[in-house]
Design a protein around this ligand. Sequence first.
Ligand SMILES: Nc1ncnc2c1ncn2[C@@H]1O[C@H](COP(=O)(O)OP(=O)(O)OP(=O)(O)O)[C@@H](O)[C@H]1O
Ligand SMILES: [Mg+2]
Length: 600
Amino acid sequence: MQKPNTTPYYNLSLKLIVAIAVVTLLAIMGGTMIGIRYQEKALLFSGLLFVCLTAFLCILIIKWVNRPLSKLLEGIRGIGKEDYEKGVWAHQNDEMGHLVKAIDEIAEEIGESRTKLKRQRIEYQNLFEEVPCIITVQDRDYKLISYNREFAEKFDPKPGDYCYYAYKGRHEKCVVCPVEKTFEDGRSHTSEETGFGKDGALTHWIVRTTPVKNDKGEIIAAMEMNIDITQVKQLEEELRRSEKKYYEIFNNIPNPVFVLDVEDLTILDCNESAKSVCGFDRNETLQKSFLELFQREERELYGTKLRTAALINNAKQINKTGENLYVNIRISPSEYHDQKVLLVTTSDITKLLEAEQQLIQASKMATLGEMATGVAHELNQPLSVIKTASSFFMKKVMKKEKIEDNIIMELSKEMDSHVDRATKIITHMRQFGRKSDMTSERVRVNEVLQKAFEIFSQQLKLREIEIEWQTEDSPLEIMADNIQLEQVFINLLINARDAIEEHAKVNPDSDMNKKIILKTASAEDRIIIEVCDTGIGMSEAVREKIFEPFFTTKGVGKGTGLGLSITYGIVQNHDGTIKAVSREREGTCFILTFPAAGAQ
Ligand SMILES: Nc1ncnc2c1ncn2[C@@H]1O[C@H](COP(=O)(O)OP(=O)(O)OP(=O)(O)O)[C@@H](O)[C@H]1O
Ligand SMILES: [Mg+2]
């Protein structure tokens, strides 16, 4: 606060009183000199005293009342004009001084709050202008009272524009107007608006309206705040379209696709093809365990496989009507709605497998034909034993000769064992020839190889082909279809027989070694089986084609060229491998490997 400078004023007043006193004294002294009387002198002195006292009083009034009052007035006027800096200076310590001080303090406080208010106003104004959304304030006629810079830049409004014209170039109020609602119920409203902007482009906004009230609580205007969400909407639309596209692709994949929970294998989603293959509606399948599509006793096995393997071949499933279906399953880990899942695709191979089974069956029939000679010879032996024994009994009976008990016992035993042998051969042939679904059970490789050889041994003996066994003693178990595995070994044995025969035919004079070597072994978690021969061997060109269907080097009527392609299919179905190592005129080795049972 400025302290007013009063010194010149006091000096002037004092000078004035002194001047009056001097003039009066001079007048008295002049009067004495010109002979004024005592009474007149006293009167003059009293007059002089009165003038001086009056002057002095005036000075005092001016100094202590008038002057502070005018200062006070000046200060109050200053406050009225928002000049809080100047203030009101109080130089007295009396009531007036206190009053002035109080007013001064009030002025100071008002000044401070005014400054604060101003600062806040500027802040709000900045906020209003800089906020990255459109703000307008409208009266009850939807006329724009004020708006921020964003709105001005975007819509270039003219003074007095109506909201609907400024925003959309309309000449009348919009049908749905959130501002109208706010004026109606005095509340804030939020809505999503879509319309064409002034440039004709489709625009989307989120609109929030708030009432603006006066001191009496009456709504005098409405504030509308708009956030342009056109870009967000466009992205949403793009996302929706792309999601739809991918969902359509997902649904139209001809193979069933399942999305499984990685932990409990619950079906979280599946495509339409799942219904056509499994028979279950999408809704029936959802939240069901994928394992329910397998036979109860195989669920645990498939549960483990699904969690560990990337591919499962020839999995047996059951459809809604309880029929078996065979599928190859591909599993890939993935993410679905931020959740770790397994993406499982199945391909229905039931028909393929059926056709394959028919082919295998046909091939088995052909093999049975091949075996006929050997089997006839095999059956001949027990039959002749029985014939001999029965003839012996008949003769003895006709001659009425007594047969010793021990002889009866001996011959009966012999006949019994030969009947057993014949039964075994016939049962084996019937089993082999029987049409059956593919099964998977623990089988001992050595036993199957032995069986295949037995049914066939007679033929080899007749052709003087020696068999060399190099089998490992341990059980060597694999998971397989017994009959199909036997079919594989028989195919290889027949081929080995033919190759040896061919070799012998080409070199009739040579003293060649006619031998088939059958080896079995285990290595890590696989079982290895080798069928080697000392046959004609193969050229590289032949070796490359041997697994192709209908490829044969045998004469018309001798070979169909299906043996090895069927063998290949069976081995594949058992997760096995097969390859041929061959040298022309030296021989061939077929090497097969299968996963050991328990290692799968
Ligand atoms: N052990 C082998 N030694 C030499 N060649 C072989 C041997 N095994 C197969 N081959 C060759 O592979 C071809 C295909 O064999 P595959 O068993 O598929 O048919 P195939 O024996 O000719 O007729 P089939 O349908 O009666 O078996 C044979 O024709 C033969 O040329
Ligand atoms: Mg063959």
